[in-house]
Design a protein around this ligand. Sequence first.
Ligand SMILES: Cc1cc2nc3c(=O)[nH]c(=O)nc-3n(C[C@H](O)[C@H](O)[C@H](O)COP(=O)(O)O)c2cc1C
Length: 193
Amino acid sequence: MDLYKLMKNRRSTREFQNKKFPDQKLQLILQAGQLSPSGADQKPFVNIVIDNPILKKKIKDNCESADKKYYEDASEWFKKWMKKKKISLDKNFLIDAPFLIVVAGDTTKPYWLESTWISIAYMILAAENEGLSVLTYTPSETDFLNNLLHLPNRFEPVVIIPVGYAKDKASKETSINVEERVFINKYGERFFY
Ligand SMILES: Cc1cc2nc3c(=O)[nH]c(=O)nc-3n(C[C@H](O)[C@H](O)[C@H](O)COP(=O)(O)O)c2cc1C
C-alpha cells in the first residue's frame, strides 16, 4: 500500500479479535523494527515476543494495578480525555491480542530512548502494512517486566505492543492541522496555508 495512505489510515486499537495470524506477518514486523536508523548505529533495543497465555495474564494483572494507581493521581484533564476516548482501566487487549511485543532499550547505549522509539514507529507501520493493528501501550510501571521476562537491568521496557486483527476494522482518517504545527524560518510563520 502507498506509504502516505497507510499512515493516514493507521489507528490505535484497544479491542482485538481472538484470531491468529500467519507467523510470517509477525516476522516482517519484527524485521522492520531492526531496519530503523539508530544513534551511532548501536541498535540499542531488544524485542521479546509473548504468546504464552499465562505470561500474558500476569502482564495484564501487573499493568492494571499499576495503571489504576497512576489514574487515581492523574489530572482531571487526563481523566476526561480517557473517558472521551473510552479508554478503560481494564487492559483486555493484553490477553486478547495473539502476540505482545515488549520493546526494551539498553540504557547504557547512546541515544537509546530516541532510537528505540524510531524502531517502534517502524513496527507500527509494518503492522499496518500487514493488515494488522497495534496499540502503543506504555504501562505506568515496567520493573515487573524485567523480572518476569528475565530481562537484564540495563534494559528498560519502553512499550508493550499488542498485535492482532482489530475488532472494528473501519478505517478512520485523522485530521492533522498541519498548518498549525509547521513553520518556515521562524516559529509562527506558516509553511502551509
Ligand atoms: C508515546 C505513546 C504512548 C502511548 N501510551 C498509550 C497507553 O499507555 N495507553 C493507550 O491506550 N494508548 C497509548 N498510546 C496511544 C495514543 O493514545 C494514540 O496514539 C493517540 O490517542 C492517537 O490515536 P491514534 O493512534 O488512533 O491516531 C500511546 C501513544 C504514544 C505515541
